[in-house]
Design a protein around this ligand. Structure first.
Ligand code: PLP
Length: 427
């Protein structure tokens, strides 16, 4: 069914890292790293002590004892669940109790645990949009879970396709168990799902008993327009499991994320509690618990932020908005005259996509990096279909404006060369 096999997906990240290491001077649009000038390094080193004092107070013990407990092995489901629940409630409308939260080693672990727990039998299938984030499909590959892509770009078509795919799978003895989505500023496309579509998908998934994995690393980074409600907020059926991370809002090195499980999972009164127990059980054999020293760091930052990260991410949002604008202006200057080149203008997030007049594959990536000093991300790395081979993803989060415009100039020289080659072949 898929044009690309799991082994080729699993090799992608290594290959990309190798290219970046081989051409360190190349301007990279490939990585969705957050801009590191916004890491508040001094504050981070003070944060664990702040959390230690808080924890001592909370537990009714002295700070030395609290510090020792933090540095011990800890509770598998997490140490700072209350602070995380408060922040997610305030910032994302994810109202939940601390015991609905499983704190994980980054969102990646939450994603992997949920996919494995929900798709436990050989006939169980994970649904994703095509293209989608390779972290989710890669995790499914790791566990041998079959991934079925939904290729519709339009929202109405997407809902129809979901229904058709579920029926087709059932006719073949398979069961769609989970749907992985990034509804706000999707990676890799930058797309946003409308509220209407989110609600419709929840309804469809409730009817067909499919859990939605709502992954929301970029939702906080909106540059203009109004954010709609998260799917968690819209869900009254216990369909949505919310996946969160602090990698983009604060810093990736902290490696803390979480899964938030609805109380009545798919309408089952015990389902939520049981899934939390299953995730914790499995996690205990993977990472035992998410590093408590890192949780203490994050806890200290959350305490200092008054239960919301909105104000803290303000300067980063302004930087990313400017980068988005510089990238869009540069694309207009470089490619505006060619109607075969098209790009989207996302209202937030870290990425946009650029369609080129030719397929852009691995050998093009190497040519771009080695001869032109620029690294775009081929969409083929995220996609199941060759239909997306003409598209590249451009991340605008991790370069300064000058590098972005120079990077686009370099890409434009590569594109001009390829177009010339195409013209020569025709002549
Ligand atoms: C959509 C998406 N989900 C999850 C992650 C990974 O999050 P973490 O660093 O918390 O593992 C990323 C990172 O790029 C991402 O783009």
């Amino acid at each position: 069914m898929s044009a690309r096999s799991p082994p080729s997906r699993l090799k992608v990240m290594n290959f990309l890292n190798e290219v970046a290491a081989d051409y360190p001077k190349a301007i990279s649009f490939a990585s969705g790293r957050p801009a590191q000038q916004f890491f508040d390094v001094d504050d981070w080193w003070e944060a664990p002590a702040r959390f230690q004092r808080h924890y001592a107070e909370q537990m009714g013990i002295d700070t030395t004892q609290a510090g020792r407990l933090i540095m011990q092995y800890g509770r598998t489901a997490g140490l700072i669940n209350t602070l995380i629940a408060e922040q997610l409630g305030n910032d994302d409308g994810v109202r939940c109790q601390p015991d609905q939260v499983v704190v994980t080693t980054g969102c990646q672990e939450a994603m992997a645990l949920c996919i494995r727990a929900l798709c436990a039998s050989p006939e169980d299938v994970l649904l994703v949009r095509d293209p989608t984030y390779i972290g989710a499909t890669g995790a499914a590959d790791l566990f041998g879970v079959e991934v079925v892509p939904l290729s519709s770009a339009g929202e109405d078509d997407l809902c129809d396709e979901l229904r058709e795919v579920v029926t087709r799978l059932a006719a073949n003895g398979r069961r769609a168990r989970a749907l992985y989505l990034i509804p706000e500023f999707d990676n890799p496309t930058g797309r946003v799902l409308t509220t209407r579509c989110r609600a419709r998908l929840i309804e469809l998934c409730a009817q067909t008993r499919i859990a939605v994995l709502e992954d929301n690393p970029y939702g906080m980074f909106r540059f203009e327009g109004e954010s709609g409600p998260t799917m968690w907020t819209l869900d009254h059926e216990g369909v949505v499991i919310y996946l969160a991370t602090y990698s983009k809002t604060l810093c990736p090195a902290v490696r803390v994320g979480c899964a938030v499980v609805p109380e009545r999972l798919l309408g089952d009164g015990d389902g939520g509690r049981e899934l939390v127990a299953t995730l914790s059980e499995r996690k205990s054999f993977l990472t035992v618990n998410a590093s408590q020293t890192n949780q203490a760091m994050l806890g200290g930052v959350l305490l200092d932020s008054g239960g919301s990260l909105r104000r803290r991410v303000g300067p980063a949002i302004a930087f990313y908005r400017r980068n988005r604008d510089v990238l869009v202006d540069s694309l207009e200057r470089a490619f505006g005259a060619d109607p075969r080149c098209r790009w989207n203008v996302p209202e937030g997030g870290f990425f946009l996509t650029l369609q080129l007049p030719f397929r852009f594959l691995e050998e093009d990536l190497v040519a771009c990096a080695s001869r032109y000093g620029v690294i775009p991300m081929p969409m083929s790395y995220f996609s199941f279909s060759r239909a997306n081979d003409r598209i590249v993803r451009l991340a605008f989060s991790n370069n300064d404006p000058d590098a972005i415009s120079e990077g686009v100039n370099r890409l434009a020289r590569f594109v001009a060369e390829r177009k010339q080659e195409q013209a020569d072949e025709v002549a």
